[in-house]
Write a protein that binds this ligand. Structure first.
Ligand code: PEP
Ligand code: MN
Length: 301
């Protein structure tokens, strides 16, 4: 057996830099006002996809009112069917960035391929690697060369070890700002869209110093199940949540059935505050930029 910290161990373990053996202390990654990995919870919320200027502004206002820290919104959507809405692409970037700025939110969006990496890295605060791209090694290597937080989602049929090995690609490149995200895995059950792997949360905390959040929306597939799964995740040690919220989910162009109405997100945040306290965690609601003005300034992209 190789000893901790030796070259042999480096070669033996595909997730050496991510491991507790290498770094016993929990990593804390600052995302705006939140120290992710500490006792503070990171809350990311927003629509599956940016659909229009009005839609993203309405959503930003709603999730900010409830106290979210980061606005999510897909510009490039990995859809199962090529006939489904694929996202607005870079056309939606202005809307997205301006909506977040206006409401004092940070931004996260998925980077689906290398060609958009530079522009997205320039304008967005956190880059998301989607489930389907967890093992896109050229993309992971390119993200490793940036000084930018990465939200790495677990592959829908990947083990926790494979998730950590994917994170290792980013760390080994020099970027240590990685937040992992459990988003449900494929199992034989067919009630939920995916099975939320709550066990991954304590397992990641045992094996790795990286923080991990949970996405209760993509595993549930139905908005009725989002709040209970979110609560289970926080109880099991998640460092935060990423939740889909839409001002009119029935009209959403993607993932409407699993998107919360704004009032449901408000309810989730209210309930989460008490739960966090009971568990020795903190939900510091985002109160920044209270006097948001109501114009829509255009960023020069
Ligand atoms: C998403 O978060 O928008 C998404 C597509 O999720 P996943 O990659 O987990 O399917
Ligand atoms: Mn979605």
């Amino acid at each position: 057996m190789a000893k901790n910290g030796t070259k042999e161990m480096e070669a033996e373990s595909p997730f050496y830099l991510c491991s507790k053996a290498h770094k016993p202390d929990q990593s804390i990654i600052q995302i705006g006002p939140v120290y992710v990995g500490s006792d503070e919870l990171l809350i990311i919320a927003g629509p599956c996809a940016v659909e229009s200027e009005v839609q993203i502004h309405e959503t930003a206002a709603a999730v900010k009112r409830a106290g979210a820290h980061v606005l999510r919104g897909g510009l490039f959507k990995p859809r199962t069917s090529p006939y489904s809405f694929q996202g607005l692409g870079l056309e939606g970037l202005n809307f997205f960035v301006n909506a977040a700025k206006e409401h004092g939110l940070l931004t996260v969006t998925e980077v689906m391929d290398l060609t958009h990496l530079d522009i997205l890295a320039q304008h967005v605060d956190i880059l998301q690697v989607g489930s389907r791209n967890m093992q896109n090694y050229p993309l992971l290597k390119a993200l490793g060369a940036l000084d930018k937080p990465v939200l790495l989602k677990r592959g829908l049929s990947s083990t926790v070890e494979e998730l950590l090995a994917a994170a290792e690609y980013i760390l080994v490149g020099g970027n240590h700002k990685v937040v992992l995200c459990e988003r449900g895995i494929r199992t034989f059950q067919n009630h939920f869209r995916f099975t939320p792997d709550i066990s991954a949360l304590p397992l990641v905390h045992e094996l790795s110093h990286l923080p991990i959040i949970l996405d209760p929306s993509h595993c549930s597939g139905r908005r009725e199940w989002v709040i209970p799964v979110a609560k289970a995740a926080i109880a099991a040690g998640a460092d935060g949540l990423m939740v889909e919220v839409h001002p009119a989910p029935d009209k959403a162009l993607s993932d409407g059935p699993q998107s919360l109405f704004p009032h449901q997100f408000q309810q989730l945040m209210d309930e989460m505050e008490g739960l966090a306290k009971a568990l020795g965690r903190k939900l510091k609601r985002n109160k920044g930029n209270e006097k948001a003005h109501h114009t829509m300034p255009q960023a020069n992209l």
